[in-house]
Design a protein around this ligand. Structure first.
Ligand code: ARG
Length: 454
């Protein structure tokens, strides 16, 4: 591929080691859009005649159509997507094609393509995020009043509702979406014109190129524009965090769908059997989401490490950003879609939920609050209820079946009405503060999300 300075062809193993076209071909749409905008600026600067520009544009559009149709032979010996397309252009339209690379380098070209790619992918992830949020809101609405234990340390803690639990993820996914939108805004800046490192002696209208490509501005330092990959890293971080949120949801569903919990049943279409044990119905989708999240985090870490030791500006190490980037975008898109489908088809099992949430120990904190209302400082109330719990364990009597006299033997602060605390209706009725799982609050939040996501 290299002429001029070189007298030997690139060694075959070096070619295999260094080629990127086997994966960066994915950038072809953005590469061609960038080239057309660049050529138009060359025309405006008088570097190309109208005929030459027309030939370049038509040539690039015919290449685009062929790649779209799967009729393009990518050549490994041409290294990357940029060289493949440029070389094919020259093959199709002759020496005019060789003018395209004036005032441009693959360094600003690849940075431009990758930013355009990220912008595009973010625009497909955002609707998928909303799609999953909508399914979660639907499920929350369907099981609005279904109560379950909430857990800390995976120990039963306090009563919540299925709606409150699922809406927690809707909140997380909303922040994920806003992070991605923020990242999109920051990366939507055009590097073309930065050249290999220090711009070019041939000045093209950078603002016009940026506008044609839908960028909001042009980069202000050619070295920064060539060297940094912060936009790749931000995307990888945002995608990793979506993965981490989905992974926690997956873990909840693995637990909920187990025989031990039995809170929910996943559909046959979203579970798999065992080749050996006929009774098994495994939550593989959840497990795969959990597992793939490891890869998403790995992708982020691999690019962080690849960039950390590089002197300014471009170093070939930077080519290693693409496989992790492409992989993370593809993985999250499918994860969001498959999880939406699975949760849409999931059914809750009200009986199992009801029997778990009937555990009177879930209201131990409410009992302490009851003592606080009777004038006992909380720390002391906490200790008294702790004693009552120990008494209930020692005598093998459920907490709500201790008599008022037994409670009063622990402290006279317990009243005759102590049993009124062991009432889930009351527990939820009292939880009215913003952010609490009380019925009114949940209804408001559901209405908010309905409107927000419509
Ligand atoms: N394939 C290269 C990459 O992704 C394109 C830029 C090549 N630049 C260079 N100076 N070799 O980084």
């Amino acid at each position: 591929m290299w002429t001029g300075r070189f007298t030997q062809a690139t060694a075959d193993k070096v070619l295999r080691y260094s080629e990127s076209v086997s994966y960066d071909w994915e950038l072809y749409r953005h590469d061609i859009a960038g080239s057309i905008a660049h050529a138009r600026a060359q025309l405006a600067a008088g570097m190309l005649t109208q005929e030459e520009f027309d030939a370049i544009e038509e040539g690039l559009r015919s290449i685009l159509a062929d790649i779209d149709a799967g009729n393009f032979a990518w050549k490994r010996e041409l290294e990357d997507v940029h060289m493949n397309i440029e070389s094919e252009l020259t093959h199709r339209i002759g020496s005019t094609g060789a003018k395209l690379h004036t005032a441009r380098s693959r360094n600003d070209q690849v940075a431009t393509d990758t930013r355009l790619y990220c912008r595009d992918r973010i625009d497909s992830i955002l609707p998928a995020l909303r799609g999953l949020q909508r399914v979660l809101v639907d499920k929350a609405e369907q099981y609005q009043d279904l109560r379950i234990p909430g857990y800390t340390h995976l120990q039963r803690a306090q009563p919540v509702t299925v709606a409150h639990h699922l809406l927690a993820y809707v909140e997380m996914l909303a922040r994920d979406a806003s992070r991605l939108a923020d990242c999109r805004r920051r990366l939507n800046v055009c590097p073309l014109g930065s050249g290999a490192i220090a711009g070019s002696t041939i000045n093209l209208d950078r603002a016009a190129i940026a506008a044609e490509l839908g960028f909001d501005a042009v980069t202000e330092n050619s070295m920064d524009a060539i060297a940094d990959r912060d936009y790749v890293l931000e995307c990888l971080f945002c995608l990793s965090l979506i993965g981490v949120h989905l992974s926690r949801l997956s873990e909840d569903l693995v637990l909920w769908s187990s025989s031990e919990f039995g809170f929910c049943t996943l559909s046959d279409a979203h579970t798999t059997g065992s080749s050996l044990m006929p009774q098994k119905k495994n939550p593989d989708v959840c497990e795969l989401t959990r597992g793939k999240t490891g890869r998403l985090v790995g992708n982020l870490v691999s690019v962080l490490v690849a960039v950390k030791g590089l002197p300014l500006t471009y170093n070939r190490d930077l080519q290693e950003d693409k496989e992790p980037l492409f992989d993370s975008f593809a993985t999250i898109l499918l994860a969001l879609q498959v999880n939406a489908e699975m949760i849409d088809a999931m059914q809750m099992n009200p009986d199992r939920c009801a029997s778990a949430v009937a555990d009177p120990l879930l209201l131990a904190t409410d009992l302490a609050d009851y003592l606080v209302r009777r004038g006992i400082p909380f720390r002391q109330a906490h200790e008294l209820v702790g004693k009552a719990v120990a008494f209930s364990v020692d005598t093998d009597t459920p907490l709500n079946q201790l008599s008022p006299e037994q409670f009063q033997s622990i402290s006279s602060a317990f009243g005759e009405d102590v049993h009124s605390v062991f009432d889930l209706e009351r527990a939820f009725r009292l939880r009215t503060n913003p952010g609490s799982p009380g019925a009114e609050r949940t209804k408001h939040r559901l209405a908010y999300w309905r409107k927000e996501l419509s």
